[in-house]
Design a protein around this ligand. Sequence first.
Ligand code: ZN
Length: 275
Amino acid sequence: MLTDAPLDTKDTPPVKVHHLNCGTMRPPGAPLVCHVLLIETPGSLVLVDSGYGLDDIADPKRRVGPARHFVRPVFDAEETAARQVEKLGFRREDVRHIVLTHFDADHIGGLSDFPWAEVHLTADEALGAVHAPSWRERIRYQSPQWEHRPKLVEHRPDGDQWRGFAAARELDAIAPGIVLLALPGHTRGHAAVAVDAGHRWLLHAGDSFYHHGTLDGHSRVPGSLRGMEALIAYDGKKVRANHDLLADLYRRSDPDLLIVNAHDPALLEKARATA
Ligand SMILES: [Zn+2]
């Protein structure tokens, strides 16, 4: 049975969440961002996704591959999580954990800037990207981005339920109030990440949708984004089911929940304006 109640979180929830853009992209029709969460917890800093990193900027051909000609990232070092963490007055070494929505190049490029960090992802995503990729997955993912051998910590979100998501796993070894939610479709083991930010929950839905029009039902979703979403989907049927699930959640207008994703600049702005 599904429950509407948020997971109970023990101890203190994360204290502060910063909303970073770690990679402006300029595909035809719609500018995009790489929305990364930087979470201050009592023990460490935690990133949700990592955007593009300094090594991508140094060697985009090898690390990002031909897709860069379509999404056209600006590759600005000042946008990397590494530089933004330092600019906020933290040490890079304080980033101890990185939670990934999935393993695409625009989400994991920053991993090598934090080689000591534990990298949390679903076991299915690790299987499709690293351990046993299909030929399509082998083309999709960029192995030079993980040649530094990040410390992968694989999770199976098969525990509690969370606001309509059937499979959730609270990552309480990192900090209370960080929840990994299985949301496969865009990739084999794609996940969303829910974060208890104290005054509200943030749901970072990764690439499970690209544009807020998918949720609100009235803003026009640019055709180029719709095309890109369909083209790159691991499982198109699941992508559409995820849209329905997230649109339902959006329509409920839970006052203590903000849904964001990885690439919509309007949702990034909204998160910053209401932080
Ligand atoms: Zn992406």
